[in-house]
Design a protein around this ligand. Structure first.
Ligand SMILES: [Cu+2]
Length: 452
């Protein structure tokens, strides 16, 4: 609070700032009296969404705890001594609270997951028009009640969004603690995107309020070239696939997470990624099983909490596996998005990847020229996405270290400091495996599903 505030009149200019929505949560936080901040915009928002249909998804913003490897220890920042066992690191994040009772939803304060739950939508169909509705609530930060930050959902790269639903808080609305807002999307362009909270976005994104989102093409369901699932509206089946896996890249600078837990301010110019994460986990945890990751059939216990996989209790709030499973001859779609702050060079050793999409754009020129290409490495900058398809090679007899019944191929960041967290043995970071099974996998029920 500013010292001149108590005597300052609420000017016409201030009122105009509110009326346009601009600066409401930023400059507004310092010049608009508390009673007006609470009263003006949120009521309008409640009215605006009051009569709408039920949301397709309902997410909550809050804080929480995750587990990263104990090595390297980075005293005093990692592991954070405030973290409850078996966790190590404080985060901000989202949780999927779709279908929960009011009590179950409110119980999820301080139970955010990392990364946020991925989700997907069908491309808008003009012949069967239906918008996608996503409700967001803000449960507040249990460990930092002094930080009454709002949250938003910003769909990065989404075309033609109106400012009201864009989630950029200085030109639009944001969701204060205890409030709700419903975003309405009409996704006209298929492909792989990402989303994140746009309030204090360097901090909130880095703390974990981010994930991957994709749009399924209108062409899905038709049989084209022997496939019924496609990355893009290709017209010829060239982006058809059998299995799909999301690969969301992010980073953890332990000091920044410790700072938020211990009421300190990080200096972002000192940024240093201590851990590189794939789907919110560090190798070898990337290979561990999925928890509840299907956003449209979400599973939770009686209190609404995520149910940990037995033996992997430390990953309760990092439910998304990065293990890729497939059978010979199958086409596998990998949807990469990077919202770390550094460029990643993801290499699939031994299997060529065909890049069929970049930044939610089909690799095809305006005249129809095929601009897709084969590579073993894609370099993904912050805020970029890639869609790649590979064909699983023939089974060679099993290359697992103890004679497992599958072939193993490494998928890793060849920027060595981010596939190695200095843990013993050199393992860590953005590393996972592609396992080719000779037979026996069931069809996928949702992205990243192992089929077993
Ligand atoms: Cu936020």
């Amino acid at each position: 609070m500013n010292k001149i505030l108590p005597s300052r009149k609420f000017s016409r200019r201030d009122f105009l700032k509110i009326a346009t929505g601009a600066a409401f949560m930023t400059a507004g936080a310092s010049v608009i009296p508390q009673y007006l901040r609470r009263a003006l915009l949120p009521e309008a928002v409640v009215e605006a969404q009051g009569a709408g249909p039920a949301p397709d998804l309902y997410y909550a913003g809050t804080d929480g705890w995750i587990s990263l490897p104990g090595t390297p220890a980075i005293p005093p920042y990692h592991p954070d001594p405030l973290a409850p066992d078996p966790f190590t690191t404080y985060i901000f994040g989202f949780r999927n609270v779709t279908g929960m009772t009011l009590n179950q939803k409110n119980n999820q304060k301080n139970k955010a997951q990392h990364n946020a739950p991925i989700f997907w939508v069908d491309q808008f169909d003009p012949n069967n028009p239906r918008d996608f509705r996503m409700q967001l609530t803000n449960l507040g930060l249990a460990l930092r009640p002094d930080l009454f930050d709002a949250h938003t959902i910003h769909w990065h790269g989404f075309r033609n969004v109106i400012p009201f639903f864009d989630g950029e808080p200085s030109t639009s609305v944001s969701v204060p603690t205890g409030r709700d807002f419903t975003y309405i999307y009409r996704p006209r362009e298929e492909g792989t995107y990402m989303f994140h909270c746009h309030v204090e976005d360097v901090e909130h994104v880095h703390m974990g309020m981010t994930s991957l989102v994709f749009v399924r093409p209108l062409q899905n369901g038709q049989n084209i070239g022997g496939y019924t699932k496609f990355a893009y509206n290709d017209g010829d089946g060239s982006t058809g696939y059998d299995r799909e896996f999301a690969m969301f890249l992010s980073e953890v600078w332990a000091e920044a997470h410790w700072d938020d837990a211990h009421i300190q301010l990080p200096d972002w110019t000192d940024y240093k990624a201590d851990f590189a994460l794939l789907n919110g986990r560090v190798y070898p945890d990337t290979l561990a099983p999925n928890g509840s990751v299907d956003p449209f059939n979400s599973v939770f216990d009686g209190s609404g909490d995520l149910i940990p996989v037995s033996g992997y209790e430390h990953l309760q709030y990092q439910p998304l596996s990065s293990l890729v499973t497939c059978m010979p001859g199958e086409r596998v779609l990998l949807r990469f998005a990077n919202l770390g702050f550094k460029e990643s060079a993801m290499t699939l050793a031994g299997i060529p990847m065909r890049v069929v999409g970049r930044d939610a754009t089909h690799m095809r020129g305006r005249d129809g020229t095929d601009t897709s290409y084969s590579t073993d490495t894609i370099t993904i900058g912050a805020g970029e996405s890639f869609d790649v398809i590979f064909e699983a090679p023939a089974f060679s007899g099993g290359s697992g270290s103890s004679g497992q019944g599958y072939d193993t191929y490494l998928l890793y960041n060849r920027a060595y400091t981010r596939s190695n967290n200095l843990a013993s043995g050199g393992f860590g970071g953005q590393t996972t495996e592609v396992r080719v099974y000779p037979s026996g996998l069931a069809a996928q029920q949702f992205p990243n599903h192992w089929g077993m």
